[in-house]
Design a protein around this ligand. Sequence first.
Ligand code: UDP
Ligand code: MG
Length: 313
Amino acid sequence: MLSVVLPAYNEEKMLAKAAETISGILEDAAISYELIFVNDGSRDGTWQEIEKAAKKNRHIVGVHFSRNFGKESAIFAGMANASGDCCAVMDCDLQHPPETLVTMYRLWEQGYEVVEGVKRSRGKESALHRASAGMFYRIISRAVGFDMSRASDFKLMDRKAVEALLSMPERNAFFRALSSWVGFRSTSVEFDVQEREAGESKWSTWSLIKYAVTNIVSFSAVPMQLVTVAGVFVFFFALVMGIQTLVKFFLGHAVEGFTTVILLILIIGSIIMISLGIIGYYISKIYEEVKGRPRYLISKRIGGSHEGTEGMD
Ligand code: UDP
Ligand code: MG
């Protein structure tokens, strides 16, 4: 069975349509399915719409958050409540074309464990949005170590990958990147981002900035190590300045007492910065430990009495 997780935040206008379209397409393709709508603390009639849809179609499951916890939390809640052998995640505004779901499912049947939806085009958005998204993806791609610029939250994952994600205790999980981080046999499917038919995008500029910062920080300690790098630069600068000051002093050009002041500022400044960097490095290690990601993930096993494939740390 295929579980489809659909986070929904103030989507009353799109919900019934999404439920009908997606279930129609999956029924036509003869795929047994369940649709898990996660109402992420909507302030409109989204939950009533989910209840209505669930009454009409017994394949529909609804999960109701007590307040808005954000899309990533909704995705994880949906996966935790999924009972299918594979689990897809898509937006419930139909910007992710449901036909692609069938393609993804067929790839899963062929043995792929993670099928990533990759954006062929980014749909309509403002120039500013495009530029800042571009910058975010450049930074995050560096941090994660693979190209994320066309990545999306539209994916299909095997149960093994879902269990792996759910086993991670970290709070600020960046779903889009973690699904690649877990590895497994993966492939990708291109899709065109559709235009939103009703309702509006939930992302304000501020929430996008917060999203960017949280996710960069959850995947990389590079910003913290900038201090160390800066410290090293200041140190070299200090060496040059120190030599120049000493030369002036010995040539007798220096103002009385000024040499000592310059030297002290330079030495103390670079020592402080380098020490901060060292402390930062330890904090980054602590941060990695606190995130408690599994040390490894096993996707297959052969021999012995165990049949299982879980083998998680
Ligand atoms: N969403 C959510 N919680 C939020 C914000 C968004 O569950 O706090 C859902 C939303 O209902 C939609 C998906 O995440 O199904 C993508 O949101 P949106 O369409 O606003 O983002 P965009 O497509 O503009 O990137
Ligand atoms: Mg959308």
